[in-house]
Design a protein around this ligand. Structure first.
Ligand SMILES: [Fe+2]
Length: 532
């Protein structure tokens, strides 16, 4: 390799690492407790009208960012970088593979300046040390080879496991849908179907067959390790592009915010309850689209799909969004897991947090509404019917008459989407994707490891995903409505908001009695919403 290409790489890497650090430094936790003074209806338009360079069909986005969310300078900068990326890319063809030792590979890409920026940011915003970005920790299940059985039960991919229909003790990951989208020819196609068998003696899952581009592969076959890598690649590709980006941001987040802003006035009690979990969504989705989904953006550079395959996937996968996946009990029931007897650590973790949200929402709603009021409140009816219309698969509400408890469950699902689901499918990948030796975002046909430009892009993209956002554990009392006709209700609403913090802090303390683990979702780590 010539001295000139090495120098070019040094300059290129230095510049784009500087851009990633600047994004990290410039993002401040949002104030999520100040509600806009006026109602700010959102008109949704086809994605391609907002982003003509990105051929994603079937998804709608806000025509304009609401006034109270606007970040004009940040948007100009993001457009500038998205265009500059095409002129002077962060990628440089011909770079060598990353180091064989995963810790060395990480140290070379996650540089001291990256880490210094984290410390400085934490000091600048007086961040609770518990919430500071830790250096990635390798989960035990990512030692060689990756333990698919454990990955299926805890961590970001736990949501893929479902009961297989043909046998009572068989389970599966079905990530075959990705085979419909074009991928780069030097990479294995990022799709797989994994069949697991329950091992009651060990209370665990054992992968017994992986179907992928290599054919049907079994544990004793020579290609088992390679098939395992392809399966992990399929899971992480689907998680990042579909579950995190398309479902959580573009569908769940965007439509939730649009319906809330359009149908609930700022002084409607339900708006106050939802506000911290949606404010900032439209501007944040816009900025992230410019960084990740433009041609030559992060998604195209990191994952296995071609640009047209990527855009087709996002447009099509949006239709599979189901809000019930944000309701751990309903989701586990849908996947046939409730009575499975498996040690579903992530499910238990998520369910405990969901139940805190559910209790909070119901406690708060009952301050303002009886079941009958819920059914007759025109704003709530409009909000519900708009979301039923917009969300693929609707709200998943039972057809029985609407009650406070049922509405609280819907509210809890949106709170869960914005905090727990976003953490699990987005920021938590920090502890998974950077261990590329067993957790590859691409699997090369010639057996090479990730080239260093792809890995650097992956590190920077995950780094920016972990910017400091508004914490979930905070004081929401300023959201409590002051009503001239009902002055006694204001302190009770403040107390209801305070109780959420008390309950989450109690859960945090309980969880801290066990050793920290990279797959665990702690209330203290969660954010109020998906927005940066
Ligand atoms: Fe995100």
């Amino acid at each position: 390799m010539s001295l000139i290409t090495s120098l070019q790489w040094m300059v290129r890497k230095g510049f784009w690492n500087g851009v990633a650090r600047a994004k990290y430094r410039m993002t401040r936790p949002k104030n999520v407790t100040t509600v806009a003074v006026r109602r700010s209806p959102v008109t949704l338009i086809p994605f391609t009208e907002s982003f003509p360079a990105i051929p994603v069909a079937g998804i709608r986005v806000a025509k304009q960012v609401p006034q109270d969310e606007r970040q004009a300078v940040a948007e100009i900068m993001m457009r500038l970088f998205a265009n500059f990326c095409r002129v002077w890319s962060p990628m440089q063809a011909g770079r060598p593979d990353i180091a064989t030792n995963p810790h060395q590979a990480l140290d070379e890409a996650y540089s001291r300046p990256h880490r210094r920026a984290v410390l400085r940011k934490a000091a600048a915003v007086r961040l609770d040390p518990q919430r500071m970005l830790r250096t990635p920790t390798m989960p035990v299940e990512l030692q060689i080879p990756a333990d698919l059985g454990m990955l299926a039960l805890r961590g970001p991919y736990a949501g893929y496991l479902r009961k297989a229909s043909h046998s009572p003790d068989c389970f599966e990951w079905d990530i075959e849908g990705l085979r419909s989208y074009s991928h780069h020819s030097d990479l294995y196609a990022p799709w797989a179907h994994v069949l697991f068998k329950a091992d009651p003696a060990q209370a665990s899952l054992i992968p017994v067959r992986i179907r992928c581009e290599l054919g049907s592969v079994h544990p004793r076959d020579a290609h088992w390790a390679l098939a395992t890598r392809i399966a992990v690649c399929a899971a992480t590709t689907h998680t990042a592009l579909v579950r995190h980006w398309t479902w959580t941001h573009l569908i769940g987040g965007e439509y939730f915010s649009a319906a809330t802003r359009t149908h609930l006035a700022p002084d409607h009690p339900l708006c106050r309850l939802l506000w911290p979990h949606m404010v900032g969504t439209h501007t944040s989705n816009r900025l992230a689209t410019l960084g990740q989904l433009m041609p030559d953006g992060d998604f195209e550079a990191i994952y296995s799909l071609t640009y047209s395959g990527l855009c087709q996937l996002i447009g099509k996968a949006g239709q599979d969004f189901n809000l019930r996946s944000c309701d751990p009990d309903e989701d586990a029931r849908d996947r046939g897991l409730l009575e499975s007897g498996l040690p579903m650590q992530t499910f238990w973790n998520c369910r405990r947090i969901f139940r805190v949200f559910q209790a909070h929402a119901e406690r708060y709603l009952r301050l303002y509404f009886a079941d009958e009021d819920i059914r007759t409140d025109q704003s709530i009816r409009n909000w519900l019917s708009e979301l039923t219309r917009l969300l693929p698969n609707g709200l998943g509400l039972a057809s029985a008459p609407l009650t406070c408890a049922a509405l609280a469950r819907v509210v809890a699902r949106f709170m869960y989407l914005a905090s727990v689901q976003h953490e699990q499918l987005g920021t938590q990948l920090w502890n998974y994707q950077l261990w590329a030796h067993t957790h590859p975002v691409r699997v090369y046909r010639d057996g090479r490891r990730l080239p260093e430009d792809v890995y650097q892009r992956l590190v920077n993209s995950n780094y920016v995903l972990n910017v400091v956002r508004a914490p979930l554990l905070q004081d929401y009392a300023p959201l409590a409505l002051v009503e001239t006709g009902r002055p006694e209700r204001h302190p009770r609403a403040e107390a209801a908001f305070a109780q959420l913090r008390v309950d989450l802090a109690r859960l945090q303390r309980k969880m801290e009695r066990k050793p920290w683990a990279p797959w665990t979702l702690y209330p203290a780590d969660l954010e109020a919403n998906i927005n940066a």
